[in-house]
Design a protein around this ligand. Structure first.
Ligand SMILES: CC(C)(COP(=O)(O)OP(=O)(O)OC[C@H]1O[C@@H](n2cnc3c(N)ncnc32)[C@H](O)[C@@H]1OP(=O)(O)O)[C@@H](O)C(=O)NCCC(=O)NCCS
Length: 328
């Protein structure tokens, strides 16, 4: 029988809960340690603690087995303000490899789901196959995959190319923010399967603020592609110079207007992005996607699967991600 911890609010924690948190942090660090690009450090441990701690201060935690160091933990909390826009249930699942916890995860998730918001924030490490199956069995699906690449390796492997004739690429200017945000808004209003929150006005406002901040830095890596005088695409990377897990890392984002798609633009755009990442000293780059074109090029670049984004009502069948999920 699993232990159920009641929500503790901001009251002082009981020792028991702190012990479970410490074990949970260890499980997550073990999972991160299985990624080739992971750089173990105190910063990494602190970052994991900062990610998990809120779930322990005002969330619910279930562990298995109940009375000793856990082989599996499911922790969740309500989050009213999320970067997506709507409220979400933020969920963390971790487990020890080689121990059978699938049934327990399945029962725990099925029992907890009535408390969850319709939208979740759940990144499941690539190695958690049992948790993935348990989530699928209770009706969640795969929304997208987070892929991780090494800049130098990707540049060696990826066949670079110039943009097709008629297109130009240049650093983004502040007076182009509205046009760029408009490309994202239109794209995801038309095709929410590629980003369910992408056309939410609250998310778009946060994107406009993000661009304003990014463009204030002289060496930003936000690019616009134009065809003649018209902006037809954005591609960029926010570089975290001291990412606690992967070292200097670019968080990728790209969106083409419908008129620019299917015309072979992506190879030239990635060529510019990878060059820009290398010039700025980025070691790694990462991004979430459900786009077949992006997954295809990810393989050419030697990117690996970092995590799987799971949520109820996911648009695609798991098979959509098969080439990426086949990795370890
Ligand atoms: C994702 C996106 C950038 C791809 O751009 P695109 O113009 O369709 O890409 P390209 O035409 O340059 O094609 C790139 C490669 O993917 C392949 N490809 C395109 N669609 C594909 C599909 N459905 N299945 C498999 N391969 C596909 C192309 O054949 C090409 O490969 P090649 O160079 O070997 O011929 C664009 O569709 C887009 O902006 N979509 C909306 C926004 C979005 O989803 N952004 C999130 C991205 S993570």
């Amino acid at each position: 029988m699993a232990r159920r911890y009641p929500a503790l609010g901001f009251r002082p924690w009981c020792c028991e809960r702190q012990t479970v948190l410490a074990d949970h942090i260890e499980l997550r660090l073990e999972a991160l340690g299985r990624h080739e690009l992971f750089l173990p450090s105190d910063d990494a441990a602190e970052k994991v603690a900062a990610l998990l701690e809120p779930l322990y201060t005002d969330g619910t935690v279930e562990q298995y087995p109940a009375r000793r160091r856990p082989d599996a933990v499911v922790a969740w909390r309500h989050q009213e303000e999320s970067f997506f826009g709507p409220p979400v249930t933020s969920i963390a699942i971790d487990s020890r490899l080689g121990v059978d916890v699938e049934r327990w995860l399945e029962h725990t998730l099925a029992a907890a789901m009535p408390d969850f918001e319709p939208e979740w924030d759940l990144l499941l490490d690539r190695s958690y196959h049992q948790a993935r199956r348990a989530l699928l069995s209770v009706g969640a699906g795969i929304d997208s995959v987070i892929q991780l690449g090494e800049v130098d390796a990707a540049r060696r492997r990826f066949r670079s190319a110039a943009l097709p004739a008629g297109f130009t690429i240049a650093p983004m200017e502040p007076d182009q923010i509205d046009a760029v945000v408009g490309i994202y808004a239109d794209a995801f209003a038309a095709e929410p399967q590629y980003c369910w929150f992408g056309a939410d006005p609250r998310f778009l406002e946060s994107q406009a603020r993000r661009f304003t901040d990014a463009l204030a830095a002289p060496d930003h890596l936000e690019l616009v592609v134009s065809e003649g005088a018209r902006i037809v695409a954005h591609a960029g990377a926010t570089i975290a110079v001291d990412h606690p897990f992967w070292g200097p890392t670019g968080g990728m984002s790209l969106c083409f207007s419908p008129s620019a798609r299917g015309r072979g633009l992506l190879r030239g755009v990635y060529t510019s992005l990878l060059a820009g990442l290398a010039e700025r000293g980025a070691r790694a780059f990462r991004g979430g996607t459900s786009q077949p074109a992006v997954m295809k090029y990810s393989r050419e670049m030697g990117r690996t699967l970092e995590a799987i984004v799971m949520r109820p009502g996911a648009f695609f069948e798991p098979d959509h991600f098969a080439p990426v999920l086949a990795e370890p």
